[in-house]
Every structure is written in structure tokens, then in C-alpha cells.
Design a protein around this ligand. Sequence first.
Ligand SMILES: C[S@@+](CC[C@H](N)C(=O)[O-])C[C@H]1O[C@@H](n2cnc3c(N)ncnc32)[C@H](O)[C@@H]1O
Length: 236
Amino acid sequence: MSMKGSHWYQKNLIANQYDAKRFSKGGVLIDTQEKQIITNFIDSIDGKKILDLACGTARFSLLLADLGADVVALDISKPMLAIGKTKAQNSTSSDNMTFLRGSAGDLPFADSSFDIVLAMRFFHLTTVPMYFFLEMLRVSREKIIFDTFNKYSVRSFYNWALPMNSILHSKSHISQLLSCMDVTIEESHQDFIFPYGFYRNLPLSLSKPIRNIDSSVVSTSFGQSISSVSYWSISL
Ligand SMILES: C[S@@+](CC[C@H](N)C(=O)[O-])C[C@H]1O[C@@H](n2cnc3c(N)ncnc32)[C@H](O)[C@@H]1O
């Protein structure tokens, strides 16, 4: 299945700029918050066998390996994987990580190979999230974690102008699709009203007050309904 991003992230330039563009300056606040959400979703990480699908530059693979998980990091892009591998080599947890090039739609693993399957910043690349969700379901035993960019959010006003204009999914549509399967939405976390770009383009000192406003708005029921990102934890 062809999807957005399969080619985009194959470019050396895009891969080389990925971490700095997204997670430096105020982007650190997004990265920190997402890592907190993911670790909150998993009860005890130590010893878990985890597949980090579309791992990119191994942002989550490294975190989970550092916390004692046995991680397989899979991505379709050679340059993204190469950056992830270099980061792993410079970490103390490289023994807990295996990197693999492959496609999320056709995973080279037997059924129920992993305790947890994680796919972060991936579902906005496809119009058919359930196609990939079914493959994740096949190889997972315990839990699936992913995020979606929301249709009914400020993101819909500027999404078209972004170079990698993302596919936005409606929360209720994702919930309906999940409820058609024999899985339980264990938790879902809504976050970020303001565009990511606000954070990424401002120094940390200026984006901190923005984040404080964002956090207080998103904690209200109105804020929840217009959040731009949903993080989903699905138990099997
Ligand atoms: C926005 S990046 C996210 C990387 C990482 N998960 C993170 O949160 O930082 C999207 C990643 O999906 C990968 N990707 C796109 N299509 C894919 C596919 N069909 N199979 C595996 N990976 C894919 C891209 O190569 C890219 O590294």
C-alpha cells in the first residue's frame, strides 16, 4: 500500500533535519510530553518485547530500551534508520535494540511476537489506518499504542500549507473503527491546541508560557474536543 511519507522520509536531507526541526527549541516540550504520555501508557516497561513501528530516528526506541525493554525498531527509510542506529551506538542500551528496514503493511514477524506495538507519528501518513492497525494487531499480544492528528482542530486551518500535509482523522471515526474489533480503548489522551510550529520555531523560554496556556485550555472539556493530537492505548 502506498502512503504519504514513504518517499518523503527516504530523502537524506529530510532525515538529517528531522530531530533538529521537530525536537529542538520549543519542540523539546512536545518531545518530553509525548515521552511522558507513552511511558504512562505502559505499566512496567522493563523486560517487555516492544516493536517500534515507523521508528524514524529511534526517538521512542531509545527511551524504551533505556527503560529495559527489548526493542525492535522498524522503518521503511534507510536514512532515518541510519540516524537511529548511530544514536543507539552512542547509548548504553544498544544491546536492547534491533534495527530493521521493512514496511508496516507487511511485517516480517510471526503472530503475537511482541508484548507491545507502538506506532508514533505514523497514522497521519495514511488514509486507511485500519489496514496498518490490523497488521499491528496480528503481531501484538498485549497492547497497541499510536497517535492520530485530529480533523476537528486548529490543525485543519493550516495543515494544507505544510510541506508534508498530514491526513487528519476524526476521533469518533477512529473510536468507531476500534469498537468494530475485539479490542478495548484502555486510555486516550488529548493534547496540543496550538500548532506544533509555534513550539518548534520559538526558543524554549518563549514556548514555555505558550505550553502553559495550551495545557490549561486542553484540560477543559472544550479543549479536549478541539485538541490537535490524540494518543491511543489499546489493550488486547
Ligand atoms: C514522522 S516520522 C515518525 C518517526 C518516529 N516514530 C517519531 O515519532 O519520531 C514517520 C516515519 O514513518 C516511516 N514510514 C512511512 N511509511 C512507512 C511504511 N509503510 N512502513 C514503515 N515505515 C514507514 C517514515 O520513514 C518515517 O521515518
